[in-house]
Design a protein around this ligand. Structure first.
Ligand code: PBG
Length: 327
């Protein structure tokens, strides 16, 4: 072997923490993280979610406290999910001006002002007694166009309560355009839309169904959410949503769909979000609780992977904790 061999030594730049920090290609920052939060109507103490250790259904008051802590840690945004006291066939609580999310939005916009970005999930599954994301036809299918009218009304209710960004997650065709028109007609042209554009029919939502009390009472969501086998279809969904006026597009789940995140990032010129969903959270928490994984390192690696795949924004239940660690 010649004395100078190998001349090129990639290990040189890995030698010390300072060198590694200098050449890191991907960085996490608190401002890139969005914290999903659950608020339940009519409870007097926060209710732990068994399948998501560390996550709770908040009361109106504990939500305010946790939101304040997240904003103080520099978390970029909060996205609210409501669990109403009463559910019915059309999800009436979803657009009630006094519904659980509308009240919470008024609280938080008064408390937080511009300290972070206030968002709300826009869907019906948490509000319907059957647990589907829309209105049902007589034969039990989700009626796309009847559901759009409900989404339009929810968007306006959330906007009047102070939301900055609505996030339609029901995967109805035309939902972004319908919501954009409804917001504009109601004088809310400044409210943004973060579209759950590429949303898969995923088993990784399992723990969320407990958190939001929204498991479908029959069937599943495969007739409206995407087949995990498809990736080209995600680009089609994303481009449709952009045509209809989406400001931010999202891929969900994140970890098992990093190829989709990358393809979307390479295709569009708007911010791309990825949602590290409940099952991704619970898997790591469960393995860490058993001593099988190093919890903190696994969390940071999972988030770095999602950012490296191309997500500008990551929704994660660890947002506050990670933001504090990054500070
Ligand atoms: C629908 C919605 C779901 C999630 C976010 N919005 C559930 C579903 O589509 O079945 C899942 C989020 C998670 O698993 O963390 N409103």
């Amino acid at each position: 072997m010649s004395p100078g061999f190998p001349v090129v030594r990639p290990r040189r730049l890995r030698r010390t923490p300072a060198l590694r920090r200098l050449v890191a290609e991907t960085r996490l920052a608190p401002a890139d993280l969005i914290l999903p939060m659950f608020v339940k109507e009519g409870i007097s103490a926060p209710h732990p979610i068994g399948s998501m250790p560390g996550v709770v259904q908040h009361t109106r008051d504990t939500l305010r406290k946790a939101a304040h802590e997240a904003a103080e840690a520099g978390v970029g945004g909060l996205i609210l999910f409501g669990v109403p006291a009463e559910k019915d066939g059309t999800g009436s609580a979803a657009d009630d001006p006094d519904g659980v999310v509308q009240r919470a939005l008024r609280d938080l916009s008064a408390d937080l002002g511009d300290a972070t970005v206030l968002m709300a999930d826009l869907c019906l599954d948490e509000y319907t007694d059957h647990g589907h994301c829309g209105i049902l036809t007589g034969s039990g299918e989700v009626d796309n166009d009847a559901t759009l009218q409900r989404y339009a009304s929810i968007a306006v209710a959330q906007a009047e309560a102070g939301v900055a960004v609505v996030a339609p997650s029901g995967m109805m065709d035309g939902q972004v355009g319908t919501i954009r028109t409804a917001l504009d007609e109601a004088g809310h042209s400044s409210v943004s839309i973060m579209a759950y554009s590429a949303k898969y029919a995923s088993a990784f939502y399992g723990p969320f169904r407990e958190a939001a009390e929204c498991a479908p009472q029959f069937g599943d969501r495969s007739a409206y959410q995407q087949d995990p086998a498809n990736a080209d279809e995600s680009l089609r969904e994303v481009l449709l949503d952009l045509d209809e006026g989406a400001d931010i597009v999202m891929v969900k789940p994140a970890g098992p769909y990093l190829d989709v995140v990358r393809r979307v990032r390479d295709t569009v010129d708007v911010p791309v979000a990825a949602y590290q969903v409940s099952g991704e959270y619970s898997m790591i928490e469960a393995a860490a609780a058993n001593g099988w994984l190093d919890r903190d390192r696994t969390i940071m690696e999972s988030l770095t992977g999602i950012r490296r795949a191309g997500a500008d924004i990551v929704l994660t239940y660890w947002a506050t904790e990670v933001a504090r660690r990054l500070a």
